[in-house]
Design a protein around this ligand. Structure first.
Ligand code: IPM
Ligand code: MG
Length: 359
């Protein structure tokens, strides 16, 4: 039987609260399936930064290297540490562990309200595959004459053949897999902006067309990112798999979260598909330090991240159990956090899902 070591980094704000629920649900499936799985918690956060002057210890990455997967709650507390410094924790792990796929499924569960009229469980079932290690997030650039009236800032986006190709292959393979499962048409939409970004996105499109040639069973689609934002609202049913650059993927997945009922329900995986490094799973919502420990944050996004983690580890049965329990609990609708129009606490929703798993 395989044994798993899981690192938990609750982080800041509500990240700490949702981590408790994520771990609760993970422990429930571990118990049910008799898995050999251990969790270890790390207090790396803005609080840690205030004490040590860094977001994680110097050998933090070496420590994480020994784990099979990482759960991250959420990082950031602008009252303590500037956001662009706090974000180095998550961005650093994504890059250093070559988690080049940021997989963000967008699915509306039955009986979950959204603000968007076109969104129904039948119309919203897609996956965004976001490039996660380069592009607009390459962190290349600098300042010139900063602090003077002639101040300049440069931020350079980097698109490499290898970087584009591998994430696009992942998207096409995912579309093939979804098609095989029988429910989806097998289509990849290229999220681009090659009408205006005449170098980076023209290159991106070329790589997309090259990669598409190898997947004749998958329909090739494209949309400029601005129009895509409009189409996501107007005709969500049009989408299956979307592949996007780092920044575009970031933006359209917040929009996607609204299709699936809000930020509290949106999960993501930062995946190194070759499993050369551990992958990291996280809710895509922020840390919202102002509502920390009020018991009002929705734990579904974190619990869904655990489902994705189990799937990545190859524990399909356990992943399915989480999915069924989430789906059943949401559909029943008895326990709801305030963002879903209910009055229940974060921990009550976690408990309810735990009970369904163990039943
Ligand atoms: C996300 C977040 C991060 C990102 C921030 C915290 C740097 O918005 O995971 O979507 O931009 O990738
Ligand atoms: Mg984001």
């Amino acid at each position: 039987m395989p044994s798993y070591q899981i690192a938990f980094i609750p982080g800041d704000g509500v990240g700490q609260e949702v981590s408790i629920e994520a771990e609760k649900v993970l422990k429930a499936v571990v118990e049910k399936h008799g898995l050999d799985l251990k969790t270890t918690e790390f207090d790396w956060s803005c609080e840690y930064y205030l004490k040590h002057g860094r977001m994680m210890p110097e050998d933090g990455m070496e420590i994480l290297r020994g784990f099979d997967a990482i759960f991250l709650g959420s990082v950031g507390d602008a009252k303590k540490v500037p956001d662009h410094i706090a974000a180095t924790l998550v961005l650093g792990i994504r890059k250093k562990f070559d988690q080049y796929v940021n997989l963000r499924p967008i699915k509306l569960y039955p009986n979950v309200d959204t603000l968007i009229k076109t969104a129904t469980p039948e119309t919203v079932d897609m996956a965004v595959v976001r490039e996660n290690t380069e592009g607009e997030y390459a962190a290349l650039g600098g300042f010139f004459k900063q602090g003077t009236p002639d101040g300049v800032a440069l931020q350079t986006a980097v698109f490499t053949q290898k970087g584009c190709e591998r994430v696009m292959r992942y998207a096409f393979e995912l579309a093939e897999e979804r098609k095989r499962s029988g429910t989806r048409p097998g289509m990849v939409t290229n999220c681009t902006k090659s009408n205006a970004l005449n170098h980076s996105m023209v290159f991106w499109d070329q790589v997309f067309d090259q990669v598409a040639e190898d997947y004749p069973g998958v329909t090739r689609d494209m949309a400029l990112v601005d129009a895509l934002a409009m189409w996501l609202i107007r005709n969500p049913e049009k989408f299956d798999v979307i592949v996007a650059s780092n920044l575009f993927g970031d933006i359209i997945t917040d929009l996607g979260a609204m299709l699936q009922g809000g930020m509290g329900l949106a999960a993501g995986g930062n995946i190194n598909p070759e499993k050369e490094f551990p992958s990291m799973f996280e809710p895509i919502h922020g840390s919202a330090p102002d509502i920390k420990f009020k018991g009002i944050v929705n734990p579904i996004a974190s619990i869904e991240s655990i489902r994705m983690m189990l799937e990545h580890l190859g524990e399909k049965q356990a992943a399915q159990d989480v999915e069924r329990a989430v789906s059943w609990t949401l559909e029943e609708g008895r326990i709801r956090t305030p963002d879903m129009g209910g009055t229940n606490k974060t921990c009550e929703l976690g408990d309810a899902i735990r009970e369904v798993i163990l039943k």
